[in-house]
Write a protein that binds this ligand. Sequence first.
Ligand code: GDP
Ligand code: ZN
Length: 289
Amino acid sequence: MLRVAAGIYEVDTASGLWNASLRGRIKKRDDRIVSVGDLVELEWVDDEPRITQVLPRESALTRHGVSKRREQVIVANVDQVAIVAAADQPAPDLLMIDRLIALSVLSEIECFLVVNKSELTDANPDLEPYKELGVDLLRTSVKAETGLEALADRLVDRITVLTGQSGVGKSSLLNALVPGLDLRVGEISERRGRGRHTTVASALYRYPGGGYVADTPGLQYLALWDMDPAELGLGFEEISLASEACRFSDCRHRSEPNCAVLEAVAAGEILPRRHESYLRLLDEAEGSR
Ligand code: GDP
Ligand code: ZN
């Protein structure tokens, strides 16, 4: 299912794109409302498709991080999250990047970084360390037309969510990769505001080489609300690794005695700014309880 508006569901089928309705009976089952990205079964009534069933999901990006209560699926069956940053202009919002990586890791979805506007600077020292954390880094420039093929290859036959700060070139990249898409470029609109009540509308576009790319405005502002603060550390690879040696198994790595994470930060093995990001998100997660 590619997008929904006013009870009409756009579905991609063997015979092309169709507008489908929902069969009465599944409407009442709110545990599994049809979400963008869902695989669905259709029945045809007078040449009109109706959704009769939603197939089990492989993965999902949800409104409330990874908590199961009050879960609201933003996109289902996401194979990978492409976090777009700019090498420069704007300077990368590292907290946002850390948040998106944590969200992906905790949702068990692969993620990688796309460093666009790469013609502006050779390498951004703030972004290079992500490679050591196991996050692939692809350089692109829509302007100089470099790196686009490598990114295009990674999108084939997969469902990819493209997200990141505004102004980094997400619309420009999508326009370069999906001919005929024509998203508006250079609009500094935050579209639907930010914060707890941000709506994250989403839609999938068919990728010409096979697969889909998702437009999910607002995803970048999603906090890890309602997630278990005890699990947040798992979203930070180096913190998760070091924490195995913490004295307390429920250590939050804030000021506990014999905290192996704090020791690793002091020893220069963990970047202080990554630990700070973790603490910021921890405050958020705890504040929401
Ligand atoms: P979005 O907000 O992430 O969707 O970003 P846009 O696609 O709207 O692009 C924001 C601005 O960056 C626009 O003025 C684009 O022309 C510009 N831009 C996009 N890609 C590049 C690039 O590779 N290099 C440079 N220098 N500017 C770019
Ligand atoms: Zn600790």
